[in-house]
Design a protein around this ligand. Structure first.
Ligand SMILES: Cc1cc2nc3c(=O)[nH]c(=O)nc-3n(C[C@H](O)[C@H](O)[C@H](O)COP(=O)(O)OP(=O)(O)OC[C@H]3O[C@@H](n4cnc5c(N)ncnc54)[C@H](O)[C@@H]3O)c2cc1C
Length: 325
C-alpha cells in the first residue's frame, strides 16, 4: 500500500505532466480541464489506490442502448445510454490491479477520439469495478455525435477526468435546489443520491426537472425511488406536453385540468405544463426551513445562465452558492 502523502504526490504528478493546452475541448466549459486540479478523494486515499482515469485511459463499451430513436425525438437527436468498463493495457493485469475509478458526483470526464475532445457527465460509476455510464444526446452534424452513433460493444474509447469543483459537505443541513434540463438530468442523479443515501445528512433536495414533455423525462423510475425519502421533492416542468383531447389540442398544450396528463403521472409525481420561470422558482423559497441555500444547474450554457440569474433573485441565493455543472 502507498502512503497517503505519496499517493497524492503521484496523482498530482500525473496531472501536471500530462495536461497541455490541446487538452481543452474549446467549448468554454464552466469547469475547464485546464483549470482542473483533481485531488484524490477521501475514498481513494482510504483505498490506497490510484484513480485510473487521471490520464487518458482506455474504456471498453460494454453496453449500448437506444433510449430514444431519431424518429421518436422531436428535437432531432437520438439518445444513447453508453456503459463503459476499464480496459487494462495488458490482458490479466486487472487481477492484481492497484487502481479504482473515482468520478465524484457533479464531475465530468473528457472523451478523446483522435484530436476531437468532448466532455460527458457520468450519471453512474462503480469505484471497484471501474465502470461508468453516460447518457448522450446526439447532435445533428456534430462531429463527436457522428462517431458515437457508430460505436458498438467492445469498441475502445479514451476518457480522462474527473473534471469539476463541486464538493458536498454533509455536516450541515442545507436546502439544495437542483435544476436540470433534458438529458442533463443524468449527472444530477449522483448528486441527489449522495444526500439521500446518507442517513446523517439532514439536507433537503428540490429537484426541478425541465423537459419538453413527459416522454422526454429520463430516469422517471429513479425519481420515483427518490420520492420515498423525506428530504426529496421534485417537479416536472413540461411546456410542450400535449395530448390528443380537443381542449388540449386547441390550447396547444395540455390544460391544467387535463385528465390524460393526470393519469400519466405516477404516485408522488408532480408536473406543470409550463416553463420554470422566476415566479415558479420563488415558490420554493421556503423561508421557514433553515439552512444555507445552494443551487446546482445542469443543462446547456444558455439554460445554466438563465436559471442561475433567475434563481439568485427568486431564491435569495448568494451567487457563491451557485454551481453550474
Ligand atoms: C461539462 C459538459 C458536460 C456534458 N455532458 C454531456 C452528456 O453527459 N451528454 C451529452 O449528450 N452531452 C454532454 N455535453 C455536450 C457534449 O460535450 C457535446 O457537445 C455533444 O455530445 C455534441 O458534440 P458534437 O461534437 O457531436 O457536436 P458539437 O460540435 O459539440 O455541437 C453541434 C451543435 O449542437 C449544439 N449543441 C451541442 N451540445 C448541445 C446541447 N447539450 N444542447 C443543445 N445544443 C447542443 C452545438 O451548439 C452545435 O450547434 C456536455 C457538455 C459539457 C460542457
Amino acid at each position: 500500500m502507498v502512503a497517503n502523502g505519496e499517493l497524492q504526490k503521484q496523482d498530482l504528478n500525473v496531472e501536471e505532466e500530462l495536461l497541455q493546452d490541446s487538452d481543452c475541448c474549446g467549448n468554454g466549459c464552466t469547469n475547464c480541464i485546464l483549470d482542473n486540479k483533481p485531488r484524490p478523494s477521501k475514498r481513494v486515499l482510504l483505498a490506497g489506490k490510484r484513480n485510473v482515469i487521471l490520464s487518458y485511459t482506455k474504456f471498453r463499451l460494454l453496453r449500448r442502448e437506444t433510449l430514444e430513436s431519431e424518429a421518436e425525438s422531436k428535437t432531432g437527436g437520438q439518445v444513447l445510454l453508453l456503459h463503459f468498463g476499464h480496459a487494462p493495457e495488458e490482458p490479466g493485469a486487472e487481477a492484481e490491479d492497484d487502481t479504482v475509478l473515482d468520478i465524484p458526483p457533479g464531475h465530468h470526464v473528457m472523451l478523446r477520439i483522435g484530436s476531437l475532445l468532448r466532455p460527458y457527465s457520468p450519471y453512474w460509476s462503480d469505484f471497484q469495478a471501474k465502470e461508468f455510464r453516460i447518457l448522450v444526446k446526439l447532435q445533428a452534424d456534430g462531429p463527436m455525435s457522428r462517431l458515437l452513433a457508430a460505436v458498438q460493444p467492445n469498441d475502445l474509447l479514451e476518457f480522462r477526468g474527473p473534471i469539476g469543483q463541486y464538493a458536498h459537505d454533509a455536516s450541515t443541513a442545507k436546502c439544495i435546489y437542483i435544476v436540470a434540463q433534458g438529458v442533463a438530468i443524468a449527472p444530477t442523479l449522483p448528486l441527489v443520491r449522495q444526500v439521500l443515501e446518507n442517513e446523517e445528512d439532514m439536507s433537503r433536495v428540490w429537484h426541478l426537472v425541465c423537459a419538453r414533455d413527459l416522454q422526454h423525462v429520463y430516469f422517471r423510475e429513479e425519481l420515483l425511488e427518490f420520492a420515498q425519502y423525506w428530504n426529496y421533492r421534485s417537479c416536472l416542468y413540461l411546456p410542450h406536453q400535449q395530448c390528443a383531447s380537443a381542449a388540449c389540442q386547441e390550447a396547444g398544450h395540455c390544460v391544467p385540468e387535463c385528465l390524460h396528463l393526470r393519469r400519466s403521472l405516477r404516485y408522488k409525481e408532480t408536473a406543470k405544463v409550463a416553463r420554470l420561470d422566476a415566479s415558479g422558482l420563488a415558490t420554493y423559497l421556503n423561508p421557514s426551513i433553515p439552512g444555507q441555500r445552494l443551487l446546482i444547474v445542469a443543462g446547456d450554457s444558455t439554460f445554466q445562465k438563465t436559471m442561475a440569474q433567475m434563481a439568485t433573485q427568486s431564491l435569495a441565493l448568494d451567487p457563491v452558492n451557485v454551481y453550474l455543472l
